[in-house]
Design a protein around this ligand. Structure first.
Ligand code: UDH
Ligand code: MN
Length: 397
């Protein structure tokens, strides 16, 4: 019987039908599989991108504005457990940040730190030959939150200081300085963040411009009450030299091993380390951006302060002594031939040439363990173009 059926024309048709419906079901299944795969891939890509975006916000950003188109959020201090830069850790870090933010709100209930920090040691035994091992205090490093930030755990700091270090190619100095600062500034019960602002090659070094870029960046990250512009090779020798700001701009250095501890090199000297409140820095319009190469950007700043009706004040002489780490002149920081002319026309350009008008490209912003690192690039010809007439003054000699 079955043989008859199989061989009949009807049975042939039926077989064809069954065959085609099988193929149809198979195609349908394949389509479903492909669709599912596409959906899974889309979801995975979206999750990955969201994770990376979040990490980018927290750890690194690149822009090419003259300031902060992508303003960073207020980043909380002392977030334990944030260590990785990997996207995979994003959710963990976000949890820490949220958890910390609430504990930070409780901190506003803490008492104000005492006017005189109780654990200062006064004069410290620092030598120009100090080693990394000698300067390292593990405990002070453990207290840090990412980006080299700190806030006293048991009291509210009287000052929130941004230390801004113009930098290029001085690895051995920065490693020593930041360790020294972390130890001392924690004893001073400051809330602080350290910003290392690096100038990308091949441009000649420009200390003033880097200071301005550092201030622009720091103020976009947190509401600091004091900006301290700090040379990478100078170590304070007395922790009573408090890194706080005052009613006038402060020049923290009264002497240095560089000047044989014999006071400052000339009365109007304001090199090394200076401190400004945000209002003071805005009033003087920060540093000039025009000093490419070594020399006189600090003299220009002194004139700005004076022309703005303020004066630089210094600590007591024995407290403001610094140790200078030895170095030779850097290849990309040769003496600036224009500085002689520039310091003679400060007030004519003060309000057009400074922190509020600076243009720079931000290549990187990284919250590293011991400091926040900022890499910027500028075009010297574009910056000086507008001020060409001021550079045409006669040069020295
Ligand atoms: N800086 C760098 N890298 C550079 C140039 C300057 O990081 O390539 C920064 C750094 O913060 C430094 C500051 O800019 O502390 C001032 O520059 P400087 O240390 O070169 O200035 P200083 O007056 O140097 O100390 C004089 C150079 C001559 C050295 C002669 C040796 N006896
Ligand atoms: Mn130096």
């Amino acid at each position: 019987m079955s043989l008859i059926l199989l061989n009949s024309p009807d049975s042939h048709k039926m077989m064809q039908k069954t065959e085609s419906s099988r193929t149809c079901i198979q195609n349908y299944k394949n389509m479903l599989l492909v669709l599912t795969l596409i959906v899974v891939v889309i979801i995975a890509v979206q999750m990955y991108l969201q994770g990376c975006q979040c990490m980018m916000q927290m750890y690194k950003s690149c822009d090419n504005t003259n300031g902060f188109s992508n303003k960073s959020k207020e980043i909380p201090h002392n977030v334990p457990g944030i260590s990785s830069k990997l996207c995979a850790d994003t959710s963990k870090n976000v949890e820490h940040l949220i958890a910390h933010t609430s504990s930070r709100q409780n901190r506003s209930a803490l008492p104000l730190c005492p006017e005189q920090p109780p654990h200062l040691v006064g004069k410290m035994n620092i030598k120009p030959t100090i080693t990394l091992q000698e300067v390292t205090n593990e405990e002070s490093l453990r207290n840090l939150s990412y980006g080299g930030r700190y806030a006293p755990p048991y009291c509210q700091a009287r000052e929130k200081t941004a230390i801004i270090i113009p930098y290029r190619d001085r690895k051995e100095h920065i490693d020593i300085l930041v360790r020294h600062l972390h130890t001392v500034l924690q004893r001073q019960q400051l809330e602080y963040g350290i910003y290392v602002v690096e100038m990308a090659l091949p441009t000649q070094f420009n200390r003033g411009l880097l200071a301005n870029a550092g201030v622009r960046t720091a103020r976009g990250i947190s509401s600091y009450t004091c900006y301290i512009i700090h040379d990478v090779d100078s170590l304070m020798t007395d922790d009573r030299n408090l890194y706080r700001c005052g009613s006038q701009p402060i020049h923290f250095m009264t002497g240095s091993t560089k000047y044989k501890y014999n006071g400052i090199p000339y009365p109007g000297f304001h090199g090394g380390i200076v401190g400004f409140t945000p209002e003071q820095y805005k009033t003087v319009n920060g540093f000039s951006n025009l000093y490419f190469g070594w020399g006189s950007e600090d003299d220009d700043l002194g004139i700005r302060v004076q022309k703005s009706g303020m004066i630089f004040v210094r600590p007591k002489e024995e407290i403001g002594m610094y140790v200078a780490l030895p170095h030779v002149r850097d290849v990309s920081n040769q003496e600036n031939p224009n500085s002689y002319g520039l310091v003679r026309n400060v007030s004519a350009r003060q309000m057009q040439d400074g922190v509020e008008t600076i243009r720079f490209k931000r290549f990187a912003l990284e919250y590293q363990q011991l400091y926040t690192w900022l890499l910027i690039g500028v075009k010297e010809d574009v910056i000086v173009k507008k001020f060409q007439k001021y550079l045409e003054f006669p040069t020295r000699g």
